[in-house]
Design a protein around this ligand. Structure first.
Ligand SMILES: [Zn+2]
Length: 113
């Protein structure tokens, strides 16, 4: 299932909705942790760099675009248009999250003296 990431170590299904903000933040490099074996997963470095920039600074752009898109139907929604734009925006973010590639984080080995 797309809402789960199967743990590569123990096969446990890890719920991508461990935190609701994963919908928006998973692409910025937030870790997903296997409850069973504690293995952690996150997206690639390149995606997380772009994702963090987007999540912190650029997210307003698609919301504004969606507002003008919904407004183009001349529904006269008034302030509610922002609410619908946000719902639509979250749906798009959800789809992005579901297809986001996740990779196992290699534990850094302890350096022996
Ligand atoms: Zn596991």
């Amino acid at each position: 299932m797309l809402f789960y990431k199967e743990c590569e170590i123990c096969g446990t299904r890890i719920n991508k909705f461990q935190n609701w903000w994963n919908i928006y933040m998973l692409k910025s490099g937030i870790k997903l942790k296997c409850q069973n074996c504690r293995t952690e997963y996150k997206t690639s470095k390149l995606i997380s760099i772009i994702g963090s920039f987007y999540s912190f600074l650029a997210w307003i752009i698609p919301i504004i675009l969606l507002v003008s898109f919904i407004d183009s139907f001349k529904l006269n929604l008034g302030i509610e248009v922002w609410f619908y734009a946000f719902i639509l925006y979250s749906l798009i973010e959800l789809i992005v999250m579901v297809f986001l590639p996740l990779f196992k984080i290699e534990k850094t080995k302890k350096v022996l003296n």
